[in-house]
Design a protein around this ligand. Structure first.
Ligand code: AMP
Length: 140
């Protein structure tokens, strides 16, 4: 049985403004910001503002607000980073690779012949994240 939602997770802290993030998009229900350990240039996360651990416990009404933003960011990321494709990833519980227990969708630009960096690998330079956030915002 899965644990319940814990609002001490790092994305809940980002939503409350307790820790910084490179935001690219925000509306009443959803936030998008740069992943600090990107698997490729422009790796972005989309999260609902309402707390749930993952896809398994999210209210479908919340999900219906989140998915259009996943699409919006994916389209903008393809343009902003001149990507050949966009990979969407989403993990549910530790066995699948989930490390932060607030539902999130990974938007990962892909480039022909370029392998992904490891999941939760190396922290990116803050200036690079800032510049990529600006590029993505300009493409929205
Ligand atoms: P997951 O393994 O699907 O739960 O992914 C969590 C993601 O959050 C990983 O890709 C991390 O690189 C990313 N991450 C962890 N802490 C932060 C943070 N403070 N700001 C942005 N991204 C983060």
């Amino acid at each position: 049985m899965s644990a319940s939602y814990d609002d001490n997770n790092i994305f809940a802290k980002i939503l409350r403004g307790e820790i910084p993030s490179f935001k690219v998009y925000e509306d009443a229900d959803t936030l998008a910001f740069m992943d600090v350990m990107p698997q490729s240039a422009g790796h972005t996360l989309v999260i609902p503002k309402t707390g749930s651990r993952n896809l398994l416990d999210v209210d479908p009404a919340v999900l219906s607000k989140t998915i259009p933003v996943v699409q919006k960011i994916a389209i903008a990321a393809k343009k902003a980073f001149a990507a050949d494709g966009i990979q969407i990833a989403q993990f549910n519980e530790a066995a699948s690779g989930q490390t932060v227990y607030h539902l999130h969708f990974h938007i990962i630009p892909r480039f022909d012949g370029v392998a992904l960096k490891p999941h939760t690998g190396k922290m990116e330079d803050m200036e690079v994240l800032k510049a990529n956030a600006e590029k993505l915002k300009a493409a929205l």
